[in-house]
Structures are given as structure tokens and as C-alpha cells.
Design a protein around this ligand. Structure first.
Ligand SMILES: Nc1ncnc2c1ncn2[C@@H]1O[C@H](COP(=O)(O)OP(=O)(O)OP(=O)(O)O)[C@@H](O)[C@H]1O
Ligand SMILES: [Mg+2]
Length: 430
């Protein structure tokens, strides 16, 4: 199993053996010390801090392995199977991807749409073909570009990212292709452009839909000739950069509107990968919650936050217009704001359901709930959460859930009715 580690730090050659050795060194320092002066204490503290960070790093690394190997704790495995998987046998495609040492920083489950995208990326990666990744904001386009780079033969060569939407028109050419000293006011020395920096590696053209038409013409020329000219220079320089482009726009629509060149579209989209929005891969939500719950805990140096059943229910049903980025931000927020357990009140206000609050809900006449009533509300919530998870696990088949829980089916139906739950809502296609 390879681990992709663009930052360099996280996947360093740390191992349990190396950590144990460091701990042993600290222990023997302590064992043989008759007394410790303050500087010695400081030094030991520093060593302990480094060790703690390394353990954190190691646990991060372990988590990547866990997240992608399917070796997740039992309760999470259940969560991962939250929605029914149509293709039998479950998990085979996912396992096959992993068995082929597919490098993926992040997590994925059995969602067919996402697996389609990952399998295309896997096949495209070892080639030099241009790839166009599209999908809504926050669906993981940039991550996908890195995955393609990391799984290809250029993995140890540069990966250069350009945000086409963020470069002013006047600087675009110089940014992409570089310039010669004196080419324009402010060009006080020769400068390499992004294409040259990406030589032998990959250039990621993010937000390609934002590239203005003159920039599109220049880009097309480079894609055809594999050569660039720095601004102000006659010299042509060969560049061998693999292109991965991304957009959250519908490029075909932009072509119809005349703001995107059709010939450039076809050049860029030899391989076309579409990332589905999170609402179309809801079965990935439990995995992502666990993944980001752990990541946030680690970043904030705290224990992973627990979620009340009603918050969990909300997170599983929410539509995530901001996709995975939004889910990630929510988990970080919950981990930061909540104590041990997060509830609806810790959600951002704009998405928080208005009828709920963490405190017992005041009754219509404004009086606080009685203790007995508060208990009933809590128990109802727990019951509902349990039913929802159960239904998710069995893909909405009530008979199967009744069998698993060794329960009378009609009693189970009554409970579902009580909570307004419909088994068909938990089926894959409805
Ligand atoms: N399958 C996944 N597992 C874990 N994290 C993911 C996954 N897919 C995406 N992410 C995370 O979601 C966040 C958003 O992803 P990314 O930046 O790649 O999205 P994007 O499509 O480029 O968004 P935008 O269009 O807004 O630029 C990142 O933090 C990324 O690491
Ligand atoms: Mg992006």
C-alpha cells in the first residue's frame, strides 16, 4: 500500500520500532538520573513533545491506511455500508482498487459513481493523456488531480497547480509561460512560467472555465506544439507537462455561449472524469464523518467528538451544497466547539434546524420540560437514530432488520411509523 504524501512530513519513515527506541532512550535517561536540573527537564519535555507529534503523525498515517484498506473498526464498517450496494459482492471493486496499490489520500467506500470516477482516474494515471475533471465545488477535483499525478509515472516529478481564475489577464501569459528580463515594466529578471516548472511532471489547470478567450488560444497552441515562448523572448522551449484540468462549470454550456473554445475542450477532455456531488453518494457520508472526526481530533489535539443521534441523523440526511469541503468544515467546527458530545446547536446557524436546540425544548406555554419528559425525548431520539442506522445497514429491508434484531416485524413497523420513517427512503434507487 503506497501512501501519497505531498507535504512530505506525514508519511516520513516513522515506525513503531523507531518510536519505541526513542521512548526507551528517554526512559533510561530518567532511570539513571539521580537528579534533574531545570534545563534537563526542559530537554526531556522537548523530546516528549516531539514524540507526541510523531505519534500523532503515525496515527494519521495509520488512519490513511485504515481508511483505504477497509480495515475499519466494526461499528464504522456498519456505517460504511449505510446504503445498500447494488452490485454483489459488496466491496469488491473497492478492494480491487486497493489491491492494485491505488494511491488515494482520503477515503472512499462502495459508491458506484465514485468508484467509476476512481477507476477512470486509475486507468488514466499511467498515461500522458490530458484529463478533465469536473464536478460541483468541493467534490474533490483538486484531490483527484493529485491522485492522478500520484498514481502515474510522473509521481516523483513536479506537480504544479495554476488557478486560471485567479490570474489577472495582463499577467496570464507571463504566469504560464514565464518572461524575459525587460519584457515589460516590472520584469526585472528572467522568470520561469508554470509550464516550465511542471516540465516532466503534471500541471493542474484549476478553474479552466474561467480562463479568458485569449488565454485559451495560447494554451491551445502549447497543447498542440508542446513548446512555449517566454514573454519577450523568441526562443522556443520544449515542455513536457501532463495536463490535468478542472472545472465546476459546464464547459459544453460555455461553448454554446461562446466563452469556451470547443477545440480546447476536446484537447483537454481526452479523458473526462466527473465527480458526483455528495448528495448523490450519501453512503460515503458516514465514512467521511469518521474520517474527518478523527482528522479534526488530531489537528485540535483532542479526543474525537461524539455525535448525538439527532445530530448524526441530520448529518446523514443533509444535502451538503458545499459537498465534501462543507462536511469537513462542519466536522472541524463541531470538534472545536463541542465538548465531548456535539449536538444540533453546534451546527452553523444557517444550516441548523430551527425547531431544535440542545437544551430541553421549552413547551408551548414556555415552561421547561419535566425531567421525565426530557428523558422521553432523549430516548425517542436514541431510538430513532438506531432505527435509521439499522435501516441504512439493511438497505431499507424491514424484514431483514427484524431478523437481525430478533424482533417482531410488525412491532418494528409500528416503531418506524411512530418516527415517521419510511423504509423505501433507505433503498438505493427510490
Ligand atoms: N473522498 C474524499 N475523502 C476525503 N476527503 C475528500 C475526499 N474528496 C474530497 N475531499 C476533501 O474535500 C475538500 C474539497 O476537495 P477539493 O479541494 O479537491 O474540491 P474541489 O472540487 O477542487 O473544490 P472547488 O471546486 O471548490 O475548488 C478537500 O479538503 C479534500 O481533501
Ligand atoms: Mg478546487
Amino acid at each position: 500500500m503506497k501512501l501519497y504524501n505531498p507535504g512530505g512530513e506525514r508519511g516520513s519513515a516513522m515506525s513503531y520500532a523507531a518510536l519505541l527506541e526513542k521512548i526507551e532512550i528517554m526512559r533510561s535517561t530518567l532511570r539513571w538520573a539521580t537528579r534533574l536540573e531545570r534545563p534537563d527537564v526542559e530537554k526531556l519535555l522537548r523530546q516528549a513533545n516531539t514524540l507526541r507529534d510523531e505519534v500523532m503523525g503515525l496515527s494519521h498515517k495509520e488512519r490513511f491506511v485504515q481508511a483505504v484498506s477497509g480495515d475499519v473498526p466494526v461499528e464504522r464498517r456498519h456505517e460504511a455500508a449505510a446504503e445498500p450496494v447494488v452490485e454483489p459482492p459488496t466491496g469488491e471493486r473497492r478492494r480491487a482498487l486497493l489491491a492494485r496499490s491505488f494511491v488515494f489520500e482520503g477515503t472512499f467506500g462502495d459508491n458506484p459513481k465514485l468508484l467509476d470516477a476512481l477507476e477512470i482516474a486509475e486507468k488514466a494515471a499511467p498515461t500522458d493523456l490530458p484529463v478533465l475533471v469536473d464536478g460541483e465545488s468541493g467534490t474533490g477535483k483538486e484531490l483527484m488531480a493529485k491522485v492522478i499525478h500520484a498514481n502515474g509515472s510522473r509521481a516523483d516529478k513536479p506537480y504544479v497547480s495554476v488557478n486560471c481564475g485567479a490570474i489577472p489577464d495582463s499577467l496570464l501569459e507571463s504566469e504560464l509561460f514565464g518572461h524575459k528580463k525587460g519584457a515589460f515594466t516590472g520584469a526585472d529578471k528572467d522568470r520561469k512560467g508554470k509550464f516550465e516548472s511542471a516540465h516532466k511532471g503534471t500541471i493542474f489547470l484549476d478553474e479552466i472555465g474561467e480562463l479568458p478567450l485569449p488565454g485559451q488560444v495560447k494554451l491551445l497552441r502549447v497543447l498542440q506544439s508542446h513548446e512555449i515562448q517566454r514573454v519577450g523572448s523568441d526562443e522556443t522551449i520544449s515542455v513536457d507537462a501532463r495536463i490535468v484540468a478542472a472545472t465546476n462549470k459546464n464547459l459544453r454550456k460555455l461553448i454554446e455561449q461562446g466563452t469556451f473554445r470547443e477545440d480546447l475542450f476536446y484537447r483537454l477532455s481526452v479523458i473526462h472524469v466527473t465527480l458526483p456531488p455528495l448528495r448523490e453518494r450519501k453512503d460515503e457520508i458516514p465514512l467521511l464523518i469518521a474520517y474527518y472526526g478523527d482528522e479534526a481530533a488530531e489537528a485540535l489535539k483532542r479526543a474525537p467528538v461524539a455525535l448525538t443521534p439527532r445530530l448524526r441523523g441530520f448529518l446523514l440526511r443533509y444535502a451538503y451544497p458545499g459537498n465534501i469541503r462543507e462536511l469537513r468544515n462542519i466536522l472541524y467546527r463541531l470538534s472545536c466547539l463541542a465538548g465531548q458530545t456535539a449536538d444540533l446547536m453546534h451546527l452553523p446557524e444557517d444550516i441548523r434546524p430551527s425547531s431544535t436546540s440542545a437544551a430541553p425544548a421549552p413547551q408551548a406555554d414556555g415552561a421547561e420540560l419535566s425531567l421525565a419528559e426530557a428523558k422521553r425525548v432523549a430516548s425517542d431520539e436514541a431510538e430513532r437514530g438506531c432505527l435509521e442506522r439499522g435501516l441504512q445497514e439493511v438497505g431499507g429491508t424491514v424484514a431483514e432488520l427484524a431478523r437481525r434484531w430478533d424482533m417482531n416485524r410488525s412491532h418494528l413497523q409500528i416503531l418506524l411509523k411512530k418516527h415517521g420513517l419510511h423504509s423505501k427512503d433507505f433503498r438505493k434507487e427510490h
